[in-house]
Write a protein that binds this ligand. Structure first.
Ligand SMILES: [Zn+2]
Length: 141
């Protein structure tokens, strides 16, 4: 571990420790949004923290409480295209959505982390794909 950052939980104000690893910095540098999203749990709450390639915290949002893991029969995984988004042309929600698309998380996981419905996540994915930010949504059976 390189360092830690401290960030206040936007839900309860508790101070959270964000471990900044080399892996995380590499992921942030590779990501078209320039940030990597880390999910931290404390108690039953989950918080998504966005960290840039310099290890600085660029934002944090509440992801609600941990839900029981759903067994997904079909995983739809949005894959970023590598096109750098202009943050001024994206809504806050679109930017957070893209930051969570790491080619590994499924749409359902991302929807849960953003506190939006699966339907809304699908619409966002389609919008981001048509704008060239997502290469595709891979379906894993
Ligand atoms: Zn909290």
């Amino acid at each position: 571990m390189l360092a830690v950052r401290r960030v206040k939980c936007p839900c309860c104000g508790e101070e959270l420790v964000v471990p900044i690893t080399t892996e995380l910095l590499e992921e942030a540098s590779r990501s078209p949004t320039g940030v990597a999203a880390v999910v931290l749990s404390h108690g039953k709450e989950r918080v998504v923290v966005y960290v840039d390639g310099d290890g600085e915290v660029q934002g944090a949002s509440c992801a609600g409480t941990e839900r029981e893991a759903v067994i997904e029969e079909i995983r739809e995984v949005p894959v970023p295209s590598g096109k750098k988004p202009d943050p001024r042309k994206l809504s806050e929600k679109e930017w957070r959505f893209l930051a969570l698309c790491d080619g590994k998380r499924s749409l359902r996981e991302i929807a849960g982390l953003l506190g939006i419905t699966y339907q809304e996540a699908r619409l966002l994915a389609e919008k981001m794909r048509s704008r060239g930010y997502l290469r595709e949504v891979v379906i894993e059976l």
